[in-house]
Write a protein that binds this ligand. Structure first.
Ligand code: TYM
Length: 338
């Protein structure tokens, strides 16, 4: 972000503010890493960056207290092992900053019931459940509060979060129109390659911890032998063609997309490098194993040192709360609360 200063006429460069978050679902999967976390690690180098674990969002589905606790620690360790560095970014836990829930109420009185019902994630996650938690419906409002508290310019996310980001923009714009300029309206940053990594067994579905078959999801902390096995067994296509075409050849396209995201080579160029699926799978497995190896090693070192991890999260939450408190107060006043 740059321009000419209206006061001095000098050229200035302002650090962009970047924020993103992840659910505490334990170890990351390859989709989380390629679609989101890798971007976060790069962005912390020259932006004012905020990353956190959304433990409150996890309560929208049934999760045992023990699982939530242990998944939160594992997710934090995964993020640090992936390269997030407290000296370069603010890393914290959503529930440690009470302003997230306080702003959510103000925004729930700005968002409409109809727009929340239209969220595809609400429809997908609520499907087939005996009782749908109210929090699942208002999930995207908590997400809007997560972002709007910090005056954020860019939100690096995978493709599946685009609709939530649109809702955040709409709610912020509506609030600003009704109560005066209060929130920065953020923009989603979705990577060109890797924004939608698909399940290896069912390439019509995105890779995900909750819905996938065990063979369909690659965990960032998976043993190299398991990664090799999963990629070897990945569903491809009876045509034997190697082409980059999501609609007609989703399985092979997903493998090309993974290889492209890991190596930085254009996926169309990659179609010329292989003559059969065996060769392609071997290259994908090797590239993925090598990319994840250092993260896996670091992860186990960090997990051994839970106190350091807790201290990182505590310090991050303290920093985040200072900013969040100012925005919450601004929003309260704008709405007429004494
Ligand atoms: P979550 O925890 O489902 O996923 C974390 C990030 O990983 C991306 N992602 C993927 N990218 C590519 N391919 C996939 N198969 C794949 N699966 C997941 C997601 O797009 C996301 O960027 N609602 C959010 C968490 C959240 C949040 C926020 C995000 C809460 N508040 C504020 C940004 C800003 C979620 O459930 O992400």
């Amino acid at each position: 972000m740059s321009g000419l200063c209206p006061l001095t006429g000098n050229y200035y460069k302002k650090m962009a503010k970047v924020l993103s978050a992840i659910q505490p679902s334990g170890d990351l999967h390859l989709g989380n890493y390629l679609g989101a976390v890798r971007q976060w690690v790069a962005s912390q180098e020259d932006n004012d960056s905020y990353f956190f674990i959304v433990d409150l969002h996890a309560l929208t589905l049934d999760i045992s207290p023990e699982t939530l606790r242990s998944n939160t620690i594992k997710t934090a360790a995964s993020l640090v092992a992936s390269g997030l560095d407290q000296a370069k970014c603010t890393l914290f836990l959503q529930s440690h900053v009470p302003q997230h829930t306080a702003l959510t109420w103000l925004l729930e009185c700005t968002a409409s019931y109809g727009e929340l019902l239209r969220m595809t994630q609400f429809k997908d996650k609520g499907k087939g459940q005996e009782s749908v938690r109210a929090g699942l419906l208002t999930y995207p409002v908590l997400m809007a509060a997560d972002i709007l508290l910090y005056n954020i310019d860019f939100v690096p996310v995978g493709d599946d979060q685009k609709q939530h980001l649109e809702l955040t923009r709409n709610v912020a714009g509506r609030f600003n129109n009704r109560y005066g300029d209060t929130f920065v309206v953020p923009e989603a940053k979705v990577p060109e390659i890797g924004a939608r990594i698909m399940d290896l067994q069912n390439p019509a579905n995105k890779m995900s911890k909750s819905t996938a078959t065990p063979l369909g999801t690659i965990g960032v902390m998976d043993d190299p032998k398991d990664i090799e096995k999963k990629i070897k067994k990945a569903v491809t296509d009876s045509s034997m063609l190697i082409c980059y075409d999501r609609e007609n050849h989703p399985g092979v396209t997903n493998l090309l997309e993974i290889l492209s995201a890991v190596t930085g080579t254009n996926p169309l160029k990659l179609t010329e490098d292989f003559s059969n699926y065996g060769e392609l799978k071997k290259a994908v497995a090797e590239a993925v194993i090598e990319a994840l190896r250092p993260i896996r090693t670091k992860y186990y070192e960090i997990l051994d040192n839970e106190d350091t991890l807790s201290e990182i999260l505590r310090a991050g939450s303290e920093k985040a709360e200072v900013i969040a408190a100012v925005t919450l107060e601004k929003a309260r006043r704008a709405m007429g609360l004494l």
